[in-house]
Design a protein around this ligand. Structure first.
Ligand code: CP
Ligand code: NVA
Length: 313
């Protein structure tokens, strides 16, 4: 059996690297249109299947609202309610869903599962988070930074503080693709794998973006234009909770770390937050927090992604 080909997917942020500036411009336009009360129903009669193996607030709600705003429809399919949960193969699920819907988004435990779904689906597949990447999050993050930097990434430096996880891996690729310098403070044993770092360096070679790793959060934050953190224990890592909470102690964005950043610096968090662990209440709820705009931007970014993949727009 030969899998179908010739359609675009967003499995890795690298899949849209060269079109990121166009996607971000489009997301900004869609945001302005919605704010002006004129959302454009560009996907009437189109359907998005949303398969979730793990919980979600933002990704699920924003994809569903995005499809609704665009005049289409979204179907939420929990893994437990699908035959997939009883052993039907990903390939068969992909082929069947492709007969009903125009795109599938998939939140999976394993990256290989998203790759497999994309391989067999004849419609676009969107990675809604897995153990290696969270590309939709990073499109929204870049939109949030772009809004605060008048559309320009080069010349700015983002500091990541915490786990070398799925969000950092997509962020490394996204930053490299748009020419944004990124310095990540992570404990050495929690850095992303060498092949992920090499892939980001390869993209950075085209834009001149710098990517570096340091041990100390204070060093990463010094003079940074933005700070970003995420939970110490991602979904699927719960068995390592104790070891992780020990390893990441000190990898917290708090007022002292924010004070080391540039005076205009803002703080990102993809949410949900573990307040008191990777970020304090005072930072997340304070004037430097961009987390709520960042959460809103999931909606606008995903509309742009849906139009780009489904319409080729
Ligand atoms: N940031 C994010 O993806 O949140 P959810 O897990 O709530 O979708
Ligand atoms: N790194 C986190 C992100 C949650 C949106 C996780 O995978 O659980």
């Amino acid at each position: 059996m030969v899998p179908p080909s010739k359609k675009k997917d967003l499995v890795s942020l690298a899949d849209v690297a060269s079109d990121l500036p166009k996607l971000l411009d489009h997301a900004a336009r869609l945001k302005a249109e919605r704010r002006a009360g004129h959302p454009r129903p560009s996907l009437p009669g189109r359907n998005l299947a949303m398969i979730f193996e793990k919980p979600s607030t933002r990704t699920r709600a924003s994809f569903e609202v995005a499809m609704n705003d665009l005049g289409g429809h979204a179907l939420f399919l929990s893994q437990n309610d699908l035959q997939l949960g009883r052993g039907e193969s990903i390939a068969d699920t992909a082929r069947v869903l492709s007969r009903y819907v125009d795109a599938v988004c998939y939140r999976a435990f394993k990256h290989a599962a998203v790759v497999e779904l994309a391989r067999w689906a004849s419609v676009p597949v969107i990675n809604a988070l897995d153990d290696e990447e969270h590309p939709c999050q990073v499109v929204a993050d870049l939109l949030t930074m772009r809004e605060r930097w008048d559309g320009r990434f080069p010349g700015h430096r983002l500091a990541w503080i915490g786990d070398g996880n799925n969000v950092l891996r997509s962020l490394m690729l996204g930053a490299a693709a748009v020419g944004l310098d990124l310095v990540a403070a992570t404990p050495k044993s929690y850095r992303p794998p060498p092949e992920a770092i090499a892939a980001a360096h390869a993209l950075a070679g085209r834009t001149g973006a710098k990517l570096s790793f340091v041990d100390s959060p204070a060093d990463a934050a010094a003079g940074a234009d933005a700070l970003y953190t995420d939970v110490w224990v991602s979904m699927g890592d719960e068995a390592e909770r104790n070891a992780r909470e020990t390893a990441f102690r000190g990898y917290q964005i708090n007022d002292a770390i924010v004070a080391r950043a540039a005076p205009h610096a803002f703080v990102l968090h993809d949410l949900p937050a573990h307040r008191g662990q990777e970020i304090t209440d005072s930072v997340l709820d304070g004037p430097r927090s961009a987390a709520w705009d960042e959460a809103e931007n999931r909606l606008h970014a995903q509309k742009a992604i849906l139009e780009y993949l489904v319409l080729g727009a």
